[in-house]
Design a protein around this ligand. Structure first.
Ligand code: IPM
Ligand code: MG
Length: 400
């Protein structure tokens, strides 16, 4: 027996989703262009400490941020403040991914630096609310998730442009249990959504003199949505004839990333949301794990910078939160500094992170009392940032 009532209910639900997406398309098409930080004063930077180990590593990241931007802060060109309320307790109490007053506060800041936040799932003690990362990306239209991975010793210098507002994530909380047997989620890819992420990736490649860009999909199977993404990629590629454009399927791409000979050839990647989520975790592993990677969520008006790992509630339960590695969030801080126009300072911070985390390694973080605390590591990093031989030392490590 076909349950026509269930089908009708699902159709109505789907109709509503489509209406919302059509409105979203209108918004994207009429959205204001890129903000020019050179003309903004003061630039407002908000700190969102997050959950679990978040507040511990956020404290260290803020210390580094204040050190790097000391002069600008003194001159009143910048302003840094903590934004309260984006905690799992408060989100659960409001039963919302981002409580309204917190979102309103976040929108007062141009850029934010965010600690990891707990994402509940079915069966957790928390209500099954949407991930606040995902909600923030949608609310602020942060369509590009930019994740660099560098392992100079192995010749790896990659940058991933992960689409951040569409794909299976866009309607992640809005799937339907049609009847007692059938569940459906929706994968969404749009022309304007694919175009703007591909454009950003191509522009990055051009600006940074990269001569190769790789699009990753599963367009042989997921024909309509991934097909559209890929079509946009190759259409734009014609405008950048100096850059070699190619595409790979996600399965073989994950394999090629462990091929030590071939993987050095890749430079810039552009890909839909879920593939980007998975591939960037794999890539970060070569650099020392997700704890070492930072991530930029960029939109035309706002930007949010975060660690790519979770809130590690177990570390907190076991009393080890002070041993959490702040490097990921400090890398995110470096990206923030570069994004608002201080590229030279961002480079210095990255060099210090490389020296402390990958080369000299005088102090090592293990996440346990067998290693140093996040605070001790940050002191070590700050010592290098104050050292006039920073650049020279970094260069000699890279060359050796
Ligand atoms: C990431 C994370 C998030 C994502 C989670 C926490 C929702 O894994 O930023 O990569 O899937 O995007
Ligand atoms: Mg992820």
């Amino acid at each position: 027996m076909i349950n026509q009532t269930a089908i009708q209910k699902a159709k109505d639900h789907f109709g509503q989703l489509l209406e919302n997406q059509m409105l979203r398309m209108e918004k994207i098409k009429s959205a204001p262009d890129w903000i020019d930080y050179g003309r903004v004063s003061p630039i407002k930077i908000g700190i969102l400490p997050g959950d679990g180990i978040g507040p511990y590593i956020a404290t260290e990241a803020e210390r580094v941020l204040r050190f790097m931007l000391e002069d600008e802060l003194k001159k009143g060109k910048l302003y840094i403040a903590t934004i309260e309320g984006l905690t799992i307790e408060n989100r659960a109490a409001h039963n919302k991914a981002i409580p309204d007053d917190v979102l309103e506060e976040i929108k007062k800041f141009h850029v934010t630096l965010k600690g990891p936040t707990t994402t509940p799932r079915k069966g957790d003690p928390w209500p099954n609310i949407e991930s606040c990362n995902v909600a923030l990306r949608k609310e602020l239209d942060l369509f590009a998730n930019v994740r660099p991975v560098r392992v100079p010793k192995q010749g790896i210098d990659w940058i991933f442009f992960r689409e951040n507002t569409e794909d299976l994530y866009a309607l992640g909380p809005y799937g339907i249990d049609v009847d007692e047997d059938i569940s459906i989620d929706f994968k969404l890819i749009t022309g304007p959504g694919s175009e703007r992420i591909c454009r950003l990736a191509f522009e990055h490649a051009r600006k940074n003199k990269k001569n190769r860009i790789t699009c990753v999909t599963k367009a042989n199977v997921v024909k309509t949505t991934d097909g559209r993404f890929l079509e946009n990629f190759y259409r734009l590629a014609k405008e950048y004839p100096e850059i070699q454009a190619d595409d790979w399927y996600i399965d073989i791409m994950t394999a090629k990333l462990v091929d030590e000979k071939r993987r050095r050839e890749f430079q810039v990647f552009v890909l839909p949301n879920l593939y980007g989520d998975i591939l960037t975790d794999e890539a970060a592993e070569f650099q020392g794990g997700v704890g070492t990677a930072g991530s930029a969520n960029i939109g035309k008006q706002y930007a949010m910078f975060e660690a790519i790992h979770g809130s590690a509630p177990r570390m907190v339960r076991e009393g080890r939160a002070q041993y959490a590695d702040p490097a990921s969030m400090i890398r995110a801080a470096a990206m923030l500094i570069g994004h608002i126009g201080f590229e030279e300072k961002a480079t210095q911070l990255e060099m210090a992170l490389d020296i402390c985390g990958q080369y000299e390694k005088k102090l090592v973080i293990t996440g346990r009392p067998t290693g140093v605390t996040g605070k001790e590591f940050t002191d070590y990093l700050l010592d290098w940032l104050k050292n006039p031989k920073l650049r020279e030392t970094w260069q000699s490590y890279v060359n050796s």
